[in-house]
Design a protein. Structure first.
Length: 276
């Protein structure tokens, strides 16, 4: 059950959408929401004094904007169970550490959709969190209701865990759910593909959630994104095995590519033996 949600906020327009998305989800799941603003620390020896001074001034402005955003959203959604935390550190590491320390059930962060893929892989906060968080993460791209959900499965244990997590959201939101499996070339009508989607669907049906099942053939990121655009889903759900291999890190695994290229929010469910 989702009882505690941690949302990372920065104070800009994008962050306001992330905060409002988190507030909506906290409202429908009756969860406690904590808004965390991380003031990034600078390496003292790398910057001139005037640069450091300007940074401190801008950091204070960001902090003040964050506090005001949080207060405004709290009033808009009538949140009675909202905490504000402001800490110094590196954003991704600070969010991961706070999620672990506070025992949060879900992390929500934003992602710059305009950044290129290499930047996303090498330095993005969202990428680092989805690869190292030991709990589900929602990457928010825009503010949407959660009426339709696309759950992607390859039949793996971490995909099944992601599906099993969904009733915690769907039972409150009454969303319509589609289970998608992208089969390898030549296996579109194979028994394995049918088994994978039916297994995912059965997990949800046991929790009173009706589903539609779809099997596609081809390159997984491409087919997932094509299905998302075709039916305009509000949320994509994927399981993640955790830290990628070196090859996957540089080429980009399925989760990383879909998270980066999709304009929809994505929920990434990490396996339980993650680092954080």
């Amino acid at each position: 059950m989702i009882k505690k949600i941690l949302v990372g906020v920065k104070g800009d327009k994008e962050s306001n959408n992330v905060l409002r998305y988190a507030a909506k989800l906290a409202k429908i799941t009756r969860s406690k929401l904590t808004a965390l603003h991380v003031i990034e620390t600078l390496d003292e020896y790398n910057f001139y004094e005037d640069i450091k001074l300007n940074y401190k001034i801008e950091a204070k402005r960001d902090r003040d904007r964050c506090i005001q955003q949080i207060k405004d959203v709290s009033e808009e959604y009538h949140l009675e169970n909202l905490d504000i935390e402001i800490i110094y550190g590196k954003p991704a590491k600070s969010i991961l550490n706070e999620a672990k320390r506070g025992g949060f059930d879900l992390i929500i962060v934003g992602s710059h959709s305009r950044s290129n893929f290499i930047e996303f892989l090498l330095g993005g906060v969202a990428f680092q969190i989805t690869h190292y968080a030991k709990r589900p993460v929602i990457i928010v791209k825009n503010l949407k209701e959660i009426d339709t959900i696309l759950v992607c499965t390859d039949g793996s244990d971490y995909a099944r865990d992601a599906i099993a997590f969904m009733p915690q959201i769907v039972s409150h939101s009454k969303s319509r759910v589609t289970v998608l499996h992208v089969a390898k070339k030549g296996q579109l009508k194979s028994a394995d593909s049918e088994k994978i989607v039916k297994e995912g669907s059965e997990i949800l049906k046991k929790n009173g959630i009706d589903t539609k099942i779809i099997i596609r053939e081809g390159y997984p990121p491409k087919e997932i994104l094509r299905e998302t655009r075709k039916r305009n889903y509000d949320l994509i759900v994927m399981g993640h095995k955790g830290k990628s291999s070196i090859r996957e890190f540089f080429l980009g695994d399925v989760v990383s590519k879909v998270t980066h290229l999709s304009s929809r929010p994505t929920l990434v469910y990490r396996e339980k033996n993650g680092k954080f």
